[in-house]
Design a protein. Structure first.
Lengths: 368, 142, 400
């Protein structure tokens, strides 16, 4: 028996409880099944690239905070690396370690948000999300000690970091590292082998490796598809060459794998921070650069980091002036969404929300 | 990978596509961009499977489209550039058939820089709304 | 005719004519019912919000009244003062009827629940059947809500809700047949007095099926697909605001309180307990509180299942379990009852022993049959990681 059905087009977003910001998807459903997807962006477009052409090199740091607002430290880092490549300078070793510590803490915070909202999208009533927020809160307290801000940190500068950490930062960091594994273990126990989480996410919205590479997907999403490609290993910047860490990979490329890779990366980040604390030595934290930087005309650089969402890069072109002639932001969230159609078509409405959660996009970065 | 090396390889696959090169990049003929892209990906020595980014820079006299590429197996990178002269009706072939990852980035270049990519299945504005006038990242847009 | 009705009528008839006395008695009963449900809903809302706060490592509402107890009234007051929006293309009469149709079954359900000895508002001799019939009306209300809103998310929610409700009705009814068989009566008062051993022990399988089925019918996690917040905005009640939303919420939370009361009556021996002749209401409320706590606990813990998985759970897991329970109860009653068809307390204990073993093994068996063969990932550090070479960095272009 076959029923005559009609497709139904629904706008999911820009106002929807779980599109992670103002993301809009025009979806055509056949019953509950998705037959067509069209992502629509731009609701949070603030013209950061154009704004950057009017600011000087140090001022732009504050613009980068507002891209992926749950991982501002890493945005700072990517931009500062770009400017340093443009100028051909290297920050002092202590600054490199400070940056690595800050960036890894930020990665933990960002992944915690990703994990929490992923589970929220699965329909938990906020319990895992609140657990994640509790841990993230402590990281934000540490950032407050470093630079006085919690979200829009602007902690890094071309040629180093804003300032050395205050004396009370190090015991606080030790206390955090002491308590974190057991707190994170709590949520791991809750969800990692939960039957309902497994049946909802295993084998759902799989992303084969060739599709992922062809779609320029990067970060945890790429690693969940089976390729251990991490720019911290491949193109070591700051202090990553001096620390040991593993790159977690999963083979399936389904929603569970993406979520699982993030859970494992949290452990690796904590490992990196521990090593940094042991290796860091006293010294200057900032190069004596002029306040207004003027790179040589015609210089260009591609400053790139492995951000929590993928490959984040700033392509900078200088004309010798006080502000960049062109700044292009390669935002991982936007480019990871290239494979949206492949991931969603053929799956159900309920899976769609979970898949979006497992991609861990941030609209501040998608729309810029 | 230096521009010299790229130009040598490219001479086999897509003859006379490379215009000029230096230590960091190679400039190719915009009209042959799609062929160049396909060769870059399929040539086993180059093997550029991964497109990092596409962007455009407005140099007033000309626009430069910049492609950053990475080979995941051979672990080298390349910067491909191409120049478009003039201000109006700029277009070049799309590389979306080679790299699906070019999809949103080409749309973004069209939206903000006004370079039309031929062969792109969905060439419309991405960040701004349909009906917006001008291309804001151009230097003459104030 | 229940004792309370009789009492009010006989008091009123001293000064009023007979027909007015009937009217007075009827209206009094109605007022008691509506207020009982609304108060039950309010208490349950407060309980849920406080407890979920604790589960979240939060404090929960604690501003107004002792321990924030008046929070539900503040919420209600706020909602009453909100603008009552009816969407332009909504089916207006149906849209307005929805909150009433939602609240009605909950109130009607409370009417037959015995709160203490001889204190049911109406002691129907078909009480069990009546409860089942009345709860089914919710299906209609949910579909009315989805249809009349002219909203696609609401329609999704309504379609899902109706499918879930109809599927779960079947195992719930079959599990209740066991209760009726042992009791030998459909009256809820008789069900309570028959429970010399609580039916939770006598028929654990039926209790399990009934609890799961009820939480599905009440749209609570892990079965809350009809209003799945993260997917469907708010499901079938997306378009409702103001007083209508308040009533729907009251119906929802009152529904949980009423269902907890029904579960207590059917499986936890209702008002029975030490000194139940005087303290019956206290035992009853305590037991209702325990069941409500279980509902909240489940809600705070589990993620949501997908709609097809929920259907599979109903038809492949709960239905066989309820049939096994029914078969076991039929055989046990057939062999254990005496000549007059009565089961003694000793018989009930024997049944409890058999059925607990049966329940554990049946749940384990069907649980392993239905559970999908999924396994967690195994940690493999850096598998397939190519050795990095420095050439991966893009060269910076320097101009001299």
């Amino acid at each position: 028996m076959s029923l005559r059905t009609e497709p139904m087009t629904v706008n999911v977003g820009p106002q929807h409880p779980s599109t992670h910001g103002v993301f809009r998807l025009r979806i055509t459903f056949d019953g509950e099944e998705i037959v067509e997807v069209e992502p629509v962006f731009g609701y949070l477009h603030r013209g950061t690239e154009k704004l950057a052409e009017e600011r000087n090199y140090v001022q732009i740091v504050t613009l980068t905070d507002r891209l992926d607002y749950v991982s501002s430290m890493i945005n700072n880092q990517a931009y500062c690396l770009g400017v340093e490549k443009l100028l051909g300078v290297e920050p002092p070793p202590r600054a490199k370690y400070m940056r690595t510590i800050a960036a890894e803490l930020q990665r933990v915070a960002s992944h915690l948000m990703g994990i929490g909202f992923f589970l929220q999208d699965l329909g938990t009533l906020g319990t895992p999300l609140m657990y994640c927020f509790r841990m993230r809160e402590k990281i934000l307290d540490l950032f407050e000690m470093l630079c006085g801000a919690r979200i829009t940190v602007s902690y890094m500068r071309p040629g180093g970091v804003l300032d050395d950490a205050p004396a009370e930062f190090w015991p606080a960091l030790d206390a955090f590292l002491e308590g974190f594994p057991s707190e994170f273990g709590e949520i791991e126990q809750l969800v990692l082998e939960n039957e309902i989480v497994m049946v909802r996410t295993r084998g759902v919205s799989t992303l084969p490796l060739d599709v992922a590479i062809n779609g320029s997907v990067s970060g945890p999403v790429l690693r969940a598809s089976g390729l251990a490609w991490d720019w911290r290993k491949m193109d070591p910047y700051d202090a990553y060459a001096d620390v040991e860490f593993d790159v977690p990979v999963a083979a399936g490329g389904d929603n569970y794998d993406r979520f699982w890779v993030r859970m494992q990366e949290v452990h690796q980040s904590i490992r990196i921070v521990r090593q940094c604390i042991q290796q860091i030595e006293p010294g200057p934290v900032r190069l004596a650069l002029p306040l207004v930087l003027r790179p040589k005309p015609g210089a260009e650089a591609y400053g790139r980091v492995e951000a929590s969402k993928g490959e984040l890069a700033f392509y900078l072109v200088s004309d010798g002036g006080v502000s960049p002639y062109r700044m292009k932001i390669r935002s991982p969230s936007l480019i990871n969404l290239t494979v949206t159609e492949h991931l969603l078509v053929g799956w159900k409405l309920a899976d769609m929300i979970v898949t979006l959660g497992s991609m861990d996009i941030n609209m501040g970065e998608v729309d810029r | 990978m230096t521009g010299q090396h790229l130009a040598d390889r490219l001479a086999f696959g897509v003859p006379r596509a490379a215009q000029t090169w230096d230590e960091t990049a190679i400039w190719v003929d915009p009209a042959r961009m799609a062929d160049v892209a396909r060769f870059l990906r399929e040539d086993p020595d180059l093997d550029f499977q991964f497109l990092n980014s596409i962007t455009a820079v407005d140099f007033i006299g000309h626009l430069e489209i910049v492609y950053h590429l990475t080979s995941l197996i051979r672990q080298h990178t390349a910067v491909i550039k191409t120049r478009l002269y003039g201000r109006e009706d700029l277009s070049l072939p799309s590389v979306i058939d080679t790299w699906k990852g070019a999809d949103f980035q080409e749309r973004e270049v069209w939206d903000l820089m006004g370079v039309h990519f031929q062969g792109h299945p969905n060439m419309k504005r991405i960040m701004l709304w349909e009906g917006f006038e001008g291309h804001p990242l151009r230097k003459d847009y104030l | 005719m229940s004792g309370l009705y009789q009492f009010i009528y006989e008091t009123a008839v001293i000064i009023l004519p007979s027909w007015t006395s009937h009217l007075v008695a009827g209206l009094s009963i109605m007022i008691i019912l509506v207020n009982a449900v609304l108060m039950g809903a309010a208490v349950f809302v407060w309980m849920e919000r406080r407890l979920i706060g604790r589960f979240h490592n939060r404090i929960g509402p604690n501003r107004w009244g002792p321990f924030g107890m008046f929070q539900p009234f503040a919420d209600m007051l706020k909602l009453v003062f909100k603008e009552d929006i009816i969407p332009a293309n909504a089916d207006k009469p149906v849209f307005i009827l929805v909150p009433i149709a939602m609240l009605m079954p909950v109130i009607l359900m409370m009417a037959v629940v015995p709160f203490a000895q001889n204190t049911a508002l109406a002691n129907l001799n078909v009480g069990v059947l009546y409860v089942l019939a009345v709860t089914s009306v919710t299906t209609l209300a949910i579909f009315m809500a989805g249809w009349s809103s002219n909203n696609r998310f609401a329609m999704f929610g309504a379609a899902r809700g109706v499918a879930v409700l109809i599927s779960y009705e079947v195992p719930v009814v079959i599990s209740l047949l066991g209760v009726v068989l042992v009791t030998g009566s459909m009256s809820l008062a008789d069900v309570v007095s028959a429970q010399t051993v609580p039916f939770l022990l006598v028929q654990p399988l039926a209790f399990f099926v009934f609890l799961a089925g009820t939480s599905a019918e009440l749209n609570r996690t892990p079965f809350d697909v009809a209003e799945a917040e993260s997917e469907l905005v708010a499901g079938y009640h997306t378009e409702f605001s103001g007083v209508k939303f308040a009533l729907i919420q009251a119906a929802e939370f009152g529904g949980v309180a009423a269902s907890a009361a029904v579960i207590v009556t059917l499986f936890l021996s209702g008002w029975a307990g030490p000194a139940s002749a005087y303290l019956g209401w206290l035992w009853f409320l305590l037991k209702v509180g325990v069941i409500a706590f279980v509902f909240i606990w489940i809600r705070a813990t589990y993620p949501r299942l997908r709609v097809d998985q929920i259907m599979a759970l109903a038809w492949k897991f709960l239905l066989p379990l309820s049939l096994i329970n029914l078969l076991a109860i039929v055989l046990e009653v057939f062999f254990l009852r005496d000549a007059s068809g009565v089961l003694t307390t000793a018989d009930l204990w024997i049944m409890a022993g058999i059925n607990i073993v049966l329940a554990v093994s049946a749940i384990a068996l069907f649980g392993s049959l239905i559970s999908e063969k999924v396994s967690p990932n195994i940690w493999q550090p850096g598998a397939g990681l190519p050795e990095p070479t420095p050439a991966v960095a893009f060269p910076a272009r320097e101009v001299r």
